[in-house]
Design a binder for this molecule. Structure first.
Ligand SMILES: [Zn+2]
Length: 267
């Protein structure tokens, strides 16, 4: 394959021999691509600088023999500074998204919609009010997982297909209100008759489920205006993390460790 042109964001860069780097990109038209940036760490490199958290246009050629890509041109299109009110919170959420993509994307599998969703997410992460960073991230997380084939079902029972309302349980004393059981293993709500011995469930109050459902269906622009208290956000993050853990059982995901940290960091 000769010269290829793509737009992309950097997922990971590892130093390699002789001032070179191995750079993994998420590109708009070819999905995840690992490309060698020869001499990219040298001060003499004439190519544009490769910055993390930025959109770049790249040109590279792919060796037909080995399939290895070699970077030839870089042009910066847009940088996300993530510096507003100190970098820590914004950078942490942006890093979590990048880690997640690095873990879950496949090479040469184009995901243009997810690519543009990610660009949108980085833009909003740069600008939304601090209080909305967590709901924005959660909305992105749910949507990104769906694009990658991990779509949690919050609208009905995963066992028999009963509608959400029919999967509800009511607290013994009536004070607790309605609640639901979510199975990370089967990836959705489960009604009382489809529950199985020994299966792990996360209990969800009715309002909490409404919140998750709203995040799943909201645009990122809408999610970026939502305010959410920390404990609620943490609970939702925990549920999504448990879901992803079960669904990707075979894989060792670094992003899960990252999400754990995010949860404990109390941003
Ligand atoms: Zn059922």
């Amino acid at each position: 394959m000769p010269q290829v042109k793509s737009e992309g964001i950097i997922l990971k860069a590892i130093d390699w021999k002789e001032n070179s780097r191995i750079v993994t990109f998420f590109t708009d038209n070819f999905g995840r691509q690992t490309i060698i940036d020869r001499g990219g760490r040298s001060m003499k490199s004439k190519r544009g600088r490769l910055l993390t958290f930025s959109r770049v246009e790249i040109e590279y050629f792919k060796s037909e023999k080995s399939g290895t890509g070699y970077l030839t041109e870089v042009e910066l299109l847009e940088a996300f500074s993530l510096e507003k009110e100190g970098t820590l919170g914004r950078l942490t959420f942006a890093s979590a998204a990048i880690e997640l993509l690095y873990d879950l994307l496949a090479d040469d599998d184009p995901q243009p919609e997810l690519y543009y969703l990610t660009i949108q997410f980085l833009r909003f992460t740069d600008t939304v009010a601090r209080e909305s960073l967590l709901p924005l991230f959660l909305a992105y997380f749910i949507k990104a997982m769906s694009f990658l084939g991990y779509r949690p079902n919050f609208s009905g029972c995963v066992g028999c297909g009963r509608a959400r309302e029919e999967t509800a349980l009511t607290g013994a004393n009536g004070k607790e209100g309605q609640f639901y059981f979510f199975t990370p293993e089967r990836g959705g709500l489960v009604c009382p008759s489809c529950q199985m011995m020994g299966e792990y469930y996360i209990k969800l109050q009715s309002e909490r489920l409404d919140r998750i459902y709203a995040l799943q269906t909201a645009s990122l622009a809408e999610a970026g205006t939502v305010r959410m208290n920390m404990s609620e956000g943490e609970e939702i993050l925990e549920l999504l993390t448990a879901f992803l853990k079960y669904q990707t059982e075979a894989k060792e995901l670094n992003s899960l460790k990252f999400l754990e940290k995010l949860r404990k960091a109390q941003i």
